[in-house]
Design a protein around this ligand. Structure first.
Ligand code: WT7
Length: 631
């Protein structure tokens, strides 16, 4: 990698150069990859449609960059160290050579089962190396992967399959996460009752639980693998062909299929991985995210493999068999970089220092945080007890839509301040704007965080609905990408993200739209209307508080509460369950019918005085009533 920045001076110079010469800058980075044909034009863009095209005219296959090109030097290097859920089960090590073979062979399995370039493939799998194999096999033959997080319900899977018109599902029989069995195949079967585009289901046997195989559609991974040819030439793709779709929540009820394209995402994933984590050969990188979220796509699969790194993949959860599990995994595999989420840090902090004591964490050199703002207490605990005061912490701000890290310290190079993401990466042009859409120049300002200029990892569209992409991200502020986050630039020019400024929640780092939860709650026949807001939660970051108007027939409120939470689990997944439900007779609405969440947010934290201006409310008496009655 000759694009790794090595000092703060070099960062400053590189940043300046990248802003003044963005095309030259991103072309130089792109020269580090292998292409079947180089681009005709580095960048073509406008944020009004929006249209963004990077490396237009170039031809490539991302898997050749992840695998084939490393074979000469890194064939026997471990690509994936896999740690199972159950510590008694055996660890697996997969070399670059082996991963290459498996990907080629499974790519032929896909072809043998009718998959063609451009087809959308839904992947609903445990955190096992075969998930990486499935993803890369899609990319090898030009199919578009849509990975669905294993915690989503069958209803959510069905919605995603229908939206993307997927023709295949790749899944497993089941998996244990902690003590809990998740019957993946059964959940898929349930989902498929409401989908008619799926022609084949490939099932990996992970734990041997009972599954029903449908003769017409379902095949076993191992049977197909046996039959498949070992050699699979990479499909030659266009730079702007779709690589994947990943669904994420916004302020409307329906999740959006964020689309990333091949070349730009590749360059950005690799560049950000190498620079933020300052990856050095022979280091072991451990990202605890699930591949069902973008963090896993970019920093378990693509970023590390593109860089020739060794990445640890963990099937389990931080608290099983006990709250020392992550530290034990770090010790066992001699991890050098640990990249995790504030919610995990907080829950392990609460579990107690005894779970850290006695674990040898000496190999750790760098720590990372992602997914939500990290509070200072958690930052200090992480720094002192895990990093022992000698590991730089990179607080990385980014989004599903940005493809990779946008604002972050470079480990060991940029200074760090607790709860600050610090500085933009080269090529990233930030703007803080006020509600009038004016850019606030200079330091010591706060407002909405926007991005003024495209970067290679930017989303290209929302699948099947480009207008939605425009209105969501490019219509709020003219000629800018709007992130949805609030942000401060302090007196020294360092950035601090203050959290979502829209109707998006971050519960244990999971992104959930208030409208999605409300839609689920409103399905109950005894519910008339609901409004969902976040309240501060000391482990999850945010918890869900639902205000619900129910019908007169309701007799048993406790029963209704549990039916409502079950409904949310079925519709979305159990991670989206409301923690608190309050029954009310009305909701504070403006005369135009908009729910005033600002007021509900205050009530949710028990603040019933100083509710701010309530004069625009249709019926101010409602507020008093909500404050009084807490069922
Ligand atoms: C939202 C994006 C980034 C990949 C995983 C989440 C919040 C993310 C940080 C951070 C403060 C953060 C933002 C952002 N967020 N990282 N370091 N500090 N907030 O991706 O699910 O698309 O969520 O997560 O609110 O908009 P996502």
């Amino acid at each position: 990698m000759n694009y790794q920045i090595k000092s703060i001076e070099e960062y400053k110079e590189t940043y300046k150069y990248s802003i003044e010469n963005p095309e030259e800058f991103w072309a130089e980075i792109a020269n580090n990859f292998i292409w079947h044909k180089k681009w005709d034009k580095v960048l073509e863009w406008n944020f009004t449609e929006p249209k963004v095209e990077w490396y237009k005219g170039a031809k490539l296959n991302i898997t050749e960059n992840c695998l084939d090109r490393h074979l000469e030097k890194l064939k026997d290097k471990t690509a994936i160290i896999w740690e199972p859920n159950n510590p008694e089960e055996k660890t697996r090590n997969i070399t670059y050579g082996e991963l290459h073979k498996d990907v080629c062979r499974f790519a032929n399995v896909l072809k043998n089962n009718g998959v063609k370039k451009g087809d959308r493939i839904c992947i609903y799998m445990p955190m096992i190396p075969e998930l990486t194999v499935a993803i890369l096999a899609c990319a090898r033959i030009g199919a578009i992967h849509s990975v669905v997080f294993g915690g989503f319900s069958s209803k959510s899977i069905a919605d995603r399959i229908v939206d993307a018109q997927c023709s295949m599902v790749i899944t497993a029989d089941g998996v244990y996460r902690g003590n809990k069995l998740i019957a993946l195949k059964n959940i898929v079967d349930e989902a498929l009752r409401n989908c008619n585009t799926i022609k084949k289901v490939i099932v990996y046997k992970r734990i041997g639980n009972n599954v029903v195989m449908n003769n017409e559609t379902d095949v076993w991974w191992h049977d197909e693998f046996e039959k498949a040819d070992k050699i699979c030439a990479a499909e030659i793709m266009d730079a702007e062909d779709m690589l994947f779709i990943l669904y994420t929540s916004g302020s409307t009820g329906k999740p959006k299929g964020v689309v990333h394209t091949i070349a730009g995402y590749m360059v950005f994933a690799s560049y950000t991985f190498a620079n933020v984590f300052q990856y050095e050969s022979n280091e072991i990188f451990f990202c605890t995210a699930d591949i069902g979220w973008v963090t896993g796509h970019t920093y378990i699969v693509y970023g590390p493999l593109l860089t020739g790194a060794t990445c640890l993949m963990f099937e389990g959860i931080p608290t099983y068999p006990d709250a020392g599990r992550l530290w034990q995994v770090v010790e066992k595999h001699k991890v050098n970089t640990l990249y995790t989420a504030p919610t995990a840090i907080r829950s392990l902090m609460q579990a107690g220092i005894e779970f850290v004591n006695g674990k040898n964490l000496d190999t750790l050199k760098k720590l990372g945080s992602v997914g939500e703002p990290i509070n200072e207490e958690a930052w200090h605990w992480y720094n002192t007890n895990i990093g022992k005061g000698k590991c730089p912490i990179v607080d990385t701000w980014w989004q599903t839509e940005t493809g990779g890290i946008m604002i972050s310290p470079l480990a060991g190079i940029t200074p760090t301040i607790p709860s600050f993401a610090m500085l933009p990466l080269p090529g990233i042009q930030l703007a803080i704007v006020n509600t009038q859409g004016e850019e606030l120049k200079g330091n010591d300002v706060s407002g909405d965080l926007c991005i003024k200029f495209p970067w290679p990892g930017i989303l290209r569209t929302t699948y099947g609905n480009h207008e939605r992409c425009r209105t969501n991200y490019f219509a709020t502020y003219k000629n800018m990408y709007y992130t949805g986050d609030g942000c401060i630039r302090d007196i020294n020019g360092y950035y601090r993200i203050t959290g979502r400024a829209d109707d998006v929640l971050k519960v244990s780092g999971h992104r959930i739209g208030t409208a999605e939860v409300e839609n689920a709650i409103d399905l109950h026949h005894n519910v008339i209307e609901s409004a969902v807001v976040a309240f501060p939660h000391n482990i999850k970051g945010q918890g869900i508080y639902a205000f619900v108007i129910c019908s007169n027939e309701t007799k048993d409120f406790e029963k209704l509460k549990s039916e409502i939470t079950n409904l949310v689990s079925e519709e979305i997944g159990s991670f989206a369950k409301p923690e608190r439900i309050q029954f009310v007779n009305g909701l504070p609405k403006t005369r135009s019918g908009k729910i005033m969440r600002r007021i509900l947010r205050k009530i949710a934290v028990g603040e019933t005085e100083n509710l701010g201006d309530t004069t625009t409310l249709l019926d101010p008496a409602i507020v008093e009533e909500i404050c009084k009655v807490i069922l």
